[in-house]
Design a binder for this molecule. Sequence first.
Ligand code: SF4
Length: 359
Amino acid sequence: MTTDKKENFKDLRDLSLDDLLELVSDMREKPYRARQLYKWLFSVAVGSIDEMTDISKKFRAALKARGFGLRSLTVKETKVSKDDSIKMLLETPTVPAVLIESVLIPSDDSRLTLCVSTQAGCSLGCEFCMTAMGGAGRNLTLSEMVGELYAAREVIAANVGEVYPEGARVTNVVLMGMGEPLLNYDEVLKFLDVLVDTAAFGLSQRKVTVSTAGITPMIRRLGQDSDVNLAVSLNAATDALRTSLMPINKKYPLKELIEELRAYPLKKQRMITIEYILIEGVNDSLDEAAKLLTLLSGIDVKINLIPFNPFKGTKLKRPSEDVIADFRDTLTAGGIRAVVRASKGLDVYAACGQLSARS
Ligand code: SF4
């Protein structure tokens, strides 16, 4: 794909279908033109406006005259983990450029999940997260998040035979990379729309998950605006502990968060995923597990227990296997489905909480 650094450059892939309809109407073109553009942008993955062969030359020229073009992320580096996860370091074509990371995570059941970043950094400062150490970064745009998906296609193709089987493709997308998706709501919503639209990427809504640290005013909105899965990074059952791990809890305390989860418009046969990073001596006691059961009682949830993934500069540690198993068993005995999620990509710093975009 081409890169265009002209100052007035506008990436056509930043436009949703509604935006494209508005654009074509503004350009006195028929509405079906918007659908044509949409297909080229989010299904065929062309690299330039000139590759859109069923669009007239005149209309293509008019788009370019308005400053529109297409550009892509550059894959700066890839690291293949022992478990076949691939961490990608990507650079945006913007001025200034920013670095982001995305991770491809294969599963035994032939799923291939892409963990997408929604911001180039994060302002929330969670204690257990390496992204937080780099501080805040800007929101990523629709074209940049879609660019992560296209970069993943490129990386998969380059690794077919070596790492992935013939025909491998991204089957699931989780918005759990760098950043808090609900603080970039409008662009994230546009991204979710193209992910699940059959005229674009066509993923099932069940195969797309948004993970939040608990931006409570936006949770219900997400439930109204989209049918994708919701995951909440909880990590503690009391405000004091949660605030010490996740400063955002001060602004949006547990009571408010739990109320939002109770009110969440869950679709039939769906559950909210609760993510709980288990940290030795911090939140891994059976007492904490019992409090968690009380806190979540009556809400349709499943809990993913993620043993802490250490990184340079943290004093936090991963609990022993026995402690992890006891914690899980306490939750299960209390009637909540809890699974210990084996973190993938640990050896290449691609596991949960380990993304930093530092080469
Ligand atoms: S865990 Fe998520 S919300 Fe918390 S600092 Fe890291 S990227 Fe931000």
